[in-house]
Design a protein. Sequence first.
Length: 334
Amino acid sequence: MTTMTQILLPSEKRNPAKALLDQLDLDSGERIPKRSGFGIMLLLSAVIATAGVITDSTATVIGAMIIAPLGTPILGIAIGIVTGRGGLVARSTLWVAGGLAAVVAIGALFSFAVVDPGDLASNSQVAGRTSPTLMDLVAALATGVAGAFAMCRRDLSAVLPGVAIAISLVPPLAVVGVCAGQGQWNLAFGAFLLFFSNVVAMIIAGSAVFTLAGYTRDPDALPARRARAYAIVAVLTVVMLLPLAFNTLLVLVKAQWTADISSATTEWLGDDFEGEFQGIEWDNLTARVAVESPDGDVPQVAGLRSLLSSKLPGLVSVELNVSDGVVVPVLPAP
């Protein structure tokens, strides 16, 4: 080991390769207790996460994060890649896929409890998990490093609950199930993208940490298989980065559009307007401008349309929502 590795991972604190593999492989050692524990905790975390999503309860969702066991097979994929154990990678992948299907199914099953599907977009537990960006990837990578490092050292097991909270695995899948059950496919896809990016980030981070920790020098490690697995991870990384980069760009562009719409609306209403400009909400590429007017009157919409037409691209629609429930299309012109 290098000096830095020895400082970060003292030999007396290092988890032996055999022990680490036993912890992360659900099909080794005491299989029945491992599998039953994984299944029970997964189902419970799925029910808790789904309840937290439907009731918009952050505390409940955090509880689901703490007990969610999906991190074990995900890091199992990472150690399998590093040591060239194709069987471990395949088995762990199946456990992750099975967990994914179970959580989504539970979310869809309980989605009947959603009174109004239209409210899902304003649910903070849904909104916070359906538009992942590159910053979510950065957070997932850092969390994956923390989780893998804690697994390498025998004295850091106490930090694992914190790692479980920091990485979002079961809650996005619960959102996928709930939204899919209500036919909100755009939201479901966004939540699945968050889950997928978190899984790939954990595998990348875990593989890097386990490599630096020296587990590639395990006598049973198989270099040829390891190289093939690294290539697969590289492809998955590219597949993950493309939608995240696009979504990040869209978030930045929408922020500029929001500022343009806000300034144009304020100018259009003028200083003499007795009502109030309440804000802007986005539904895909449709901006809904909320204005409160005591008597329901607003200036001529043509004025707002003129201000916005030069600031927004043609693919953006704008609606004016007045406090009395009147919805007036602004862009494109009716």
